[in-house]
Design a protein. Structure first.
Length: 233
């Protein structure tokens, strides 16, 4: 099975990328605030997340679940500690492991950042999320057909302009074995920082049919990281 690519992107980018002549002034101001907020967030210290990942290949009746600790250092380097796995080892190796590898490689890659340097932004209006948050909704269209970029939507929390939600389809398949890749990713804003909450992706392949990937994220206080890592199995 071919490699899984990182979905979406929150890489830090320079504010020079904020210029986009196609945006109305009000929309441009929102995007500028969004870039400032994500730039500031990228300068935060170490952060850690607990990941519960479930992947399946329905046609082969194979699945697996993995728990991992994701640690991002102040230098923006991601490392993973696997805490446990149950299921088929093929799913672990060819789906979950490749997703984690792509996450490490894609983080902080300016070519994948959700910025006007890589995307055209079109304001679609305001909506309210299921949990009552007001959001600005932008349609995203990549400026280039590049692996890792997607066509879809970005929702920004109205007061902070931090990301709440992304969804779309990759505009260039990372492998000839892929027919299409769709995904949705939700974020939670905690203490002024947007952190991943959940992600699901459906990958339609030419050989094994549909591959499904679900990820739930939980924040981990820094003083508990070593305790959780010590309990790995």
């Amino acid at each position: 099975m071919a490699a899984i690519v990182v979905l979406g992107g929150m890489a830090a980018v320079g504010l020079r990328a904020a210029s986009d002549d196609s945006l109305e002034p009000a929309s441009a101001a929102i995007i500028t605030k969004y870039l400032e907020a994500t730039q500031s967030q990228s300068q935060q210290g170490d952060s850690s997340l607990l990941l519960d990942i479930k992947a399946s290949v329905p046609k082969l009746r194979k699945e697996g679940t993995l728990r991992a600790l994701r640690v991002m250092s102040n230098a923006r380097r991601i490392t993973y500690r696997v805490l446990g796995f149950q299921g088929d080892n093929t799913v672990k190796k060819d789906v979950i492991a490749r997703y984690l590898q792509a996450d490490q490689q894609g983080q902080d890659d300016a070519k994948l950042a959700l910025s006007p340097a890589n995307y055209k932004f079109k304001f679609k209006g305001e909506k309210r999320t299921d949990n009552g948050q007001d959001a600005y909704v932008f349609q995203l269209t990549p400026r280039k057909k590049r692996v890792g970029l997607f066509k879809g939507e970005l929702w920004l929390e109205a007061s902070s302009c931090l990301p709440l939600y992304e969804k779309g389809r990759l505009v260039k398949n990372p492998s000839i074995f892929f027919k299409r890749v769709d995904f949705e990713r939700a974020f939670a804003i905690q203490n002024g920082v947007s952190v991943p909450a959940r992600m699901n992706s459906t990958i339609h392949t030419r050989i094994v049919g549909k591959v499904e990937l679900y990820v739930n994220y939980s924040s981990v206080p820094q003083d508990q990281v070593e305790e959780i890592a010590a309990g790995q199995s």
